[in-house]
Design a protein around this ligand. Structure first.
Ligand code: AMP
Length: 425
């Protein structure tokens, strides 16, 4: 129902009796001044009593609904923090391993449908409260392996963090990894009240100090900046019940061992700790000993190795500069066949159209192309009539074209193993 605003003036009533002229200016003049200040009882010009509060007469103005009123709400807290969402009724491989449905519901949209080996091996144990020592590299799905049980636990505890504390702490060696973890956690926690905050060097410490005053559910930090914040009294780890050390071997390589030893002493004994590392040097074993209690040990094989004769390279570029860089490479090798991998059908189509506009002989194969179109595109590519093939992983599965000299991973694959499939073993 729409509530229409009340008219500013009363609607004119044709049948109303003419107003008595006698109640005009002279009535006002006759009213003693001291009484005029108490307007409650003073009649208005129509002779009717004024509205109780003495203001202008009101005409059934509907009270404005106050969407923001929530007595339990802190001034700065987002409203949804206090909305209890119903638990979605879903049954997925992740809910079966004990992941909260409010988190699991976000996963298919992120391309996470079936658990990766590290997730399969570690999530049930983590959900049960075990510490974990995970030998796994980036690309194995380890962020979800520690992130999903963490969110499940925080949602089940359902408590707000105290000022200047965090309920879960994730330590990462670099700003880039911390950012990547933060993005993943945001995606997994979408629609829940759980919030993360990332503190890394190179960003304003004052802003971080200010934000930490309210406390945070999940703090993602590089060890150096965390120590700085602890020394300033901006954060205290006495209530951190869930700790993740990600890429611990890299943290040791960078020289964070002293920071990590100090941090270990500030954490409560009653906590759950997960440590992930790609390698297990001797120092790591010592660190693991000081942090973990009877850990579950999980190792996953690194993703398939690419053939050694393939030369690989990586460029860090802004999204907006990717197409230009690709064109630069394509122009250097105009006589050789190249496959460009995109992630989505739409993105791949758009890229192929752009390259065509720039004068390249391009064909595209993806899920939106008919079988006939795909076959014609491949035939022309194999024959060398088309030099560039833009493809998605799904469409390119099983392609074996020996003449291909260059593979461009324009978008990273959804599943790490696909990288090796793309470039060839
Ligand atoms: P990570 O090893 O955590 O850096 O994850 C690498 C990539 O794999 C991320 O883009 C994840 O979104 C993705 N990923 C994680 N788990 C799965 C899964 N079970 N299935 C498909 N992709 C996944």
């Amino acid at each position: 129902m729409r509530i229409l605003p009340a008219p500013r003036n009363p609607p004119h009533d044709r049948n109303a009796r003419p107003r008595p002229l006698a109640m005009s200016a002279d009535t006002r003049a006759a009213w003693p001044k001291d009484v005029m200040t108490t307007e409650h009882s003073r009649p208005n010009r129509s002779g009717k009593p004024r509205h109780q509060d003495g203001g202008k007469p009101r005409f059934n103005r509907a009270p404005k609904p106050n969407h923001n009123h929530n007595p339990r709400r802190h001034r700065d807290e987002p409203e949804e923090k206090f909305i209890r969402r119903a638990l979605p009724d879903i049954d997925t491989p992740f809910t079966q391993m004990g992941i909260d449905a409010r988190v699991a519901i976000n996963l298919p949209g992120l391309g996470i449908e079936t658990p990766s080996p590290i997730q399969e091996k570690s999530i049930p144990g983590i959900v049960a409260g075990r510490d974990l020592l995970g030998l796994a590299q980036t690309g194995t799905g380890k962020t979800a392996a520690f992130g999903l049980p963490m969110l499940t636990r925080l949602l089940n505890i359902g408590r707000k963090p105290e000022p200047r504390t965090c309920r879960a702490l994730i330590l990462a060696p670099t700003r880039e990894l911390a950012t990547q973890i933060a993005e993943n956690i945001d995606n997994y926690a979408a629609g829940t009240p759980i919030r993360q905050f990332r503190v890394v060097g190179g960003a304003s410490i004052n802003v971080q100090v200010q934000r930490l005053e309210r406390g945070v559910d999940v703090l993602i930090a590089t060890p150096g900046r965390l120590i700085d914040l602890i020394e300033r009294g901006a954060i205290d780890l006495s209530q951190t019940g869930y700790l993740v050390l990600d890429e611990a071997d890299q943290m040791l390589d960078i020289g964070f061992i002293h920071a990590l030893r100090r941090i270990a002493r500030m954490l409560p004994k009653e906590r759950q700790t997960l440590l992930f590392s790609a390698t297990m040097p001797k120092l790591m074993a010592e660190l693991a000993d000081s942090y973990l209690t009877d850990p579950l040990k999980v190792a996953v094989n690194p993703p398939g190795q690419a053939a050694e004769k393939i030369e690989q390279g990586v460029h860090f570029v802004n999204q907006g500069d990717k197409a230009t860089l690709l064109a630069e490479y394509l122009s250097k090798h105009t006589d050789e066949l190249a496959i460009v991998f995109g992630r989505t059908k739409h993105g791949s189509e758009k890229l192929s159209k752009l390259l065509e506009k720039w004068g390249y002989k391009v064909a595209a194969i993806h899920g939106n192309k008919s079988q006939g179109q795909r076959e014609r595109a491949l035939a022309s590519f194999r024959a060398g009539d088309t030099k560039v093939l833009v493809a998605t992983d799904v469409a390119a599965r099983g392609l074996d074209i020996p003449q291909v000299a260059h593979v461009y991973n324009y978008d990273l694959p959804n599943v790490p193993e696909n990288y090796v499939h793309r470039i060839g073993r």
